[in-house]
Design a protein around this ligand. Structure first.
Ligand SMILES: Nc1ncnc2c1ncn2[C@@H]1O[C@H](COP(=O)(O)OP(=O)(O)O)[C@@H](O)[C@H]1O
Ligand SMILES: [Mg+2]
Length: 581
């Protein structure tokens, strides 16, 4: 018998209920108003009172309305058919609806229950299995989708029966396993509470190889690791969304999950329209085939917004357990933190900095720690790489969400207003940003072996050129063009050359948008070769003219097909210009 209750108080989406039995923290319940059942989550319990956060508008709800507790936490449904879906934070399938928004009290089935999948068994009767073990496989949008022993199964089991290859729906029993005492039926679908990490793996070593993204300021300058974490703080209009979309399109991942949380409604509608149109450079088909979108806008209720990032992370962990590389992108995590703040304020909790919950840092850190590279029990590996954007009010990087995130995320891609204003895209600040993975010996080894010997040293050299250029620019600003030795101008222009040739990248150009690592290696080599020379100039104007010419050609190079005839012509021009000095 599930616990029941009655509404005794309503404060916006927060409902207080008197309950007649046990209730657990984060348990799901339904508040019933006439014909409409509104889903809610328990967020605080004191004695016989449960405080529940309704995922929808509580308009018209009254005291005395019944509440039914479900006896489980907020769960996500896992099984074939998730790819290509557009869900809200509660895994309602938005594509099956007419508009973006569901009617109040409507919850849709997250997966198609009538579709038949061609199942191929991967395990045999008698095999010992446990949570996460692969029992079989179906093909989901041309990707292998493993059917696993449900994550909730505790202990070891023996397979008593498994169906032969054939077509089955997600609710058909495909295997029966025994724990020695009782038999358990397994279908292709399982549920998992979104706020708990899935831990069906043997080992979670720290990341040791990079995830190529085709974005030079990432790969060359501050690489993201496969299974790593990073964040992109930046003021409104600085290019966070464009950058995340570039990563979604180009990163070396099997599955892309976009958690669009709480940005303006029209932006989410844009994702709806834009994403399904995108072509997949990896397969030549649609990117949406290996994408899942979880979205909430700021006009959706606060608890649904809070849930969305967890739903997205759980989906990521599910595909990771199949041995796939998942890239999870969240835009923006600030909206998620604001949802946390609204909820905490309604509960009249003692507020922390800027009225965020006291445990904001712990919440963010727990969330980021769910990402990672894992070695599965069967010897395969999988990963969830997480990159979130943060939109700090007024671009203030000292605010709590940015500071808490900085403590846990290993990569920091700070978007600078000044760079966005001067159209230096992506506006990632090359001096403030960092990738801690560059300091890992295993990543350095990886780069030395896969890119080229001494690559990390070359990256450090180019960063130093940027730094020296910035110092020189400051001196030139203070003392005037003629007030400094020509050598200062030389330093400044060398940093501009790295900036224009390597850091700046046009996300909307067919060729420039994505640079394979081989080509990044070539470009950095070329730029460094120019920067290592020390041509002598009579005056700063000649110095500026020399580098401006080179920068122009290097930009043309970035816009040309690698090693094409055009490309070779530009190479020749560069060689000639260098020879003249
Ligand atoms: N890499 C880029 N290449 C070209 N234009 C860019 C790039 N990044 C951003 N922009 C420009 O900046 C605008 C704002 O970017 P957007 O990602 O929407 O900002 P944010 O999400 O930070 O508010 C874009 O519409 C685009 O015109
Ligand atoms: Mg944006």
């Amino acid at each position: 018998m599930n616990t029941k209750g009655k509404v005794t108080g309503i404060i916006a989406n927060l409902v207080v209920a008197e309950v007649d039995g046990p209730v657990s923290q984060n348990e799901i319940c339904f508040v019933t108003q006439g014909e409409t059942r509104l889903m809610a989550e328990v967020i605080k319990i004191t004695g016989k009172r449960a405080f529940v956060q309704v995922f929808e508008s509580t308009r018209g709800l009254k005291t005395g309305d019944p509440v039914e507790f479900e006896g489980h936490l907020l769960e996500v449904t896992l099984g074939p058919g998730i790819l290509s879906s557009i869900y809200d934070g509660l895994q309602n399938n938005l594509k099956t609806m007419d508009g973006v928004f569901l009617k109040r009290g409507d919850y849709t089935a997250p997966l198609d229950e009538s579709k038949e999948w061609n199942f191929t068994p991967l395990a045999l009767v008698g095999d010992r299995v446990k949570a996460g073990s692969w029992l079989g496989e179906v093909v989901e949008n041309s990707l292998p989708h493993k059917i696993m022993v449900p994550f909730k199964f505790k202990g070891d089991f023996t397979i008593k029966s498994i169906v032969p290859a054939g077509a089955y729906t997600i609710n058909n029993v495909i295997a029966v396993v025994s724990d020695g005492n009782a038999d358990h039926e397994i279908t292709m679908v399982q549920k998992w509470p979104v706020k708990l990490p899935v831990t069906c793996y043997r080992n979670k070593p720290r990341p040791f190889r990079i995830m190529e993204t085709g974005v030079r300021i990432f790969d060359t300058f501050n690489p993201m690791a496969e299974g790593g974490t990073g964040f992109i703080p930046g003021p409104f209009g600085s290019g966070k969304t464009v950058l995340q979309h570039a990563l979604a399109k180009q990163a070396d991942a099997d599955i892309i999950i976009m958690a669009a949380c709480g940005e303006r409604a029209n932006e989410v509608v844009e994702i709806f329209v834009e994403f399904p149109e995108l072509n997949d450079p990896r397969t030549g088909r649609k990117l949406m085939e290996r994408t899942i979108i979880v979205c909430n806008t700021s006009n959706m209720p606060v608890a649904a917004r809070e849930a969305s990032v967890y739903t997205a992370m759980t989906l990521g962990e599910y595909y990771r357990a199949m041995g796939l590389k998942v890239l999870l992108l969240a835009d923006s995590t600030s909206r998620w933190a604001q949802a946390l703040r609204e909820m905490s304020n309604r509960l009249e909790e003692l507020p922390g900095a800027d009225a965020f919950p006291m445990d904001l840092s712990a919440i963010i850190s727990n969330f980021y720690s769910r990402a990672g590279y894992v070695e599965l029990d069967n010897g395969n590996s999988g990963s969830v790489t997480f990159i979130g954007t943060v939109s700090p009010a007024g671009g203030n990087l000292k605010e709590p969400v940015t500071e808490s995130t900085k403590k846990v995320a290993r990569c920091f891609y700070a978007l600078a207003q000044s760079r966005a204003d001067s159209k230096r895209y992506p506006a990632v600040d090359p001096v403030d940003s960092y990738s801690k993975y560059l300091e890992y010996p295993e990543i350095q080894d990886y780069l030395n072996q896969t890119v080229e010997e001494n690559w990390p040293l070359r990256v450090a050299e180019s960063k130093n050129i940027i730094l020296k250029g910035r110092e020189a620019a400051e001196q030139i600003n203070i003392l005037g063009d003629d007030g400094v030795p020509v050598e200062y101008h030389d330093r400044f222009w060398k940093s501009e050359l790295i900036d224009f040739a390597i850091l700046q990248q046009d996300a909307f150009d067919k060729i420039d948008a994505s640079t394979p690592i081989e080509r990044q290696k070539y470009m950095l080599g070329l730029a460094l070769d120019i920067c290592r020379r020390q041509p002598q100039f009579d005056n700063y104007e000649k110095c500026a003219a020399y580098y401006k010419n080179l920068i122009n050609v290097l930009k043309q190079l970035n816009y040309s097909e690698f090693r094409s005839e055009k490309f070779r012509e530009y190479e020749t021009v560069i060689a000639q210009q260098q020879a003249q000095n």
